[in-house]
Design a protein around this ligand. Structure first.
Ligand code: BG6
Length: 478
């Protein structure tokens, strides 16, 4: 629909930005934090980058919150590091870890910034991995519940918006890349057992939040990539639906309806897969009613038919930010992804597509009728300060302006969107590309190899975003 008036954002709209502990905090060996699996990945596997210091938010959190306040933030989405709260299997929480998050949360709340907190954003403690075989063993369910309950008990008086697990769908679909997969040769079947265990962890956290946090709200954070059909060919439309199911809808249907869909049950049957569902699991799911969805959305994809006799191709991510390196997957008989002539691409071959934001919000609303908070959206780029010590990221301003405008249109469409928290506030380590792929509104003066002085430098996008949010989405700039 076309509207004569510019979008109006609701009063109390949550304007902020987003981060994750392992990508921003650093201080990996400080104050009793244990080692997490993602530390090992990031410190040893190229092109991941060493996360020991990251953006050093652990030591700069006051300065960072002051910059948020100055920008006019009303929210900040971040994650708690499980290995800071429970560094070992003793079941005794680490007080120094709790203190850090108490300090951060107090700093936010005292500055009028609503904390939106993710329980799990990829930092699995090594002791959990060793004790329970990572996400493969059901022992992790109690450990995760204990961790979640501890967070609700310690922080639930001030944190009302909770998120359970970040991008569970991506952790399954890209299990090799994100470290969820431990045994590649059996992942085809194992992924559904692992996914079921993650579902139980999510459900236990949802139930505990409602039990323990007064007025607490909790939801999952799917990684959303809306999928278009390549042509009007009916088989491309089915491919689009298949791609959507296998990358996101299976998860979203489960969260919203609290049971597995016929689609996935038939797929398991067809492939002889047993996801190891125990008696009593469904009763747990039945109680886990979510309040909202966190939405991570950066891009769109386009699907076409993949005939049964086509050569399979695994998804190959663009690792170094040189255009044209990404290889889209081909899954014979299901779908393949293809380049889209109607959109531009970033250096990492991610589609630059603001309309995808409206599409995904409308679609999710039509399907589930649940409010949404945008928990990630952003533009990854190679960047450094110029000769004047500034970062003129005009491309990011254009990206954010177009994306936020589409959020506004979606609100005009009648969709309940509670907030916008792009990735990321400061530069932080990209999952695969460290500081080589920057997303921040605030530059962190370091590179992957040189820690420089870790100074915080406001980018042009910081000033632009600040003007927009201080006017509650009215001042779009030039
Ligand atoms: C999201 C993740 O999928 O995408 C973040 O939740 C991640 O952790 C972000 O950093 C951007 O991806 P990348 O690979 O460019 O860092």
């Amino acid at each position: 629909m076309h509207y004569k008036e510019k979008p109006i954002f609701p009063k109390n709209f949550l304007w902020g930005a987003s981060s994750a502990a392992w990508q921003v905090e650093g201080a990996v060996n400080e104050d009793g934090r244990a080692v997490s699996k993602i530390d090992l990945n990031s410190q040893t596997k190229k092109p991941f980058a060493d996360n020991s210091v990251a953006s050093d938010h652990y030591h700069h959190y006051k300065e960072d919150v002051a910059l948020m306040k100055e920008a006019g933030f009303t929210s900040y989405r971040f994650s708690i590091a499980w290995p800071r709260i429970f560094p070992d299997k003793s079941g005794i929480p680490n007080q120094k870890g709790i203190n850090f998050y108490n300090n951060l949360i107090n700093e936010l709340v005292n500055n009028g910034i609503e904390p939106i907190v993710t329980l799990y954003h990829y930092d699995l403690p090594v002791w959990v991995d060793e004790e329970y075989d990572g996400w493969y063993g059901r022992g992790i369910i109690d450990a995760f519940e204990q961790y979640a309950r501890t967070c609700f008990k310690e922080f639930g008086d001030r944190v009302k918006y909770w998120l359970s697990i970040n991008e569970q769908n991506m952790q399954i679909v890209y299990g090799h890349w994100l470290g969820t997969c431990k045994y590649p040769e059996t992942w085809f079947e194992d992924q559904w057992k692992v996914n079921h265990i993650m579902n139980l962890c999510h459900a236990k956290a949802v139930i505990a939040c409602h039990e323990m946090v007064e007025n607490g709200k909790i939801g999952p954070v799917p990684g959303m990539v809306p999928i278009y059909s390549n042509t009007g060919n009916p088989m491309d439309q089915i491919a689009r639906l298949n791609a959507e199911e296998f990358t996101e809808k299976i998860w979203n249907d489960f969260y919203a309806h609290r049971k597995y869909s016929n689609f996935i049950k038939n797929y398991w049957k067809e492939h002889g897969i047993n996801p190891d569902i125990h008696d009593g699991d469904q009763e747990i799911f039945n109680q886990a009613r979510i309040d909202y969805f966190g939405i991570n959305c950066y891009r769109s994809n386009t699907a076409a038919e993949a005939k049964l006799d086509e050569q399979p191709q695994a998804y190959e991510l663009n690792k170094y930010g040189i255009k044209g390196q990404l290889k889209f997957p081909v899954v014979p008989g299901e779908y393949k992804l293809v380049y889209n002539d109607y959109v531009e691409y970033t250096d990492w071959d991610w589609e630059i597509d603001p309309v995808a934001m409206r599409y995904v919000l409308r679609d999710m609303w039509n399907l589930y009728q649940l409010p949404m908070i945008i928990t990630e959206n952003g533009y990854g780029a190679h960047e450094d300060v110029d000769e004047n010590g500034e970062v003129n990221d005009a491309y990011r301003i254009n990206f954010l302006r177009d994306q936020i405008y589409q959020v506004g249109l979606t609100i005009q469409d009648g969709v309940e969107v509670l907030g916008y928290n792009p990735w990321s506030f400061t530069d932080l380590l990209s999952t695969g590309n460290g500081m080589a792929k920057r997303y921040g509104l605030v530059f962190i003066n370091r590179t992957d190899d040189d820690l420089r002085d870790l100074a915080r430098i406001k980018k042009a996008s910081y000033y632009w975003y600040s003007n927009l949010i201080k006017s509650n989405g009215q001042n779009w700039g030039n």
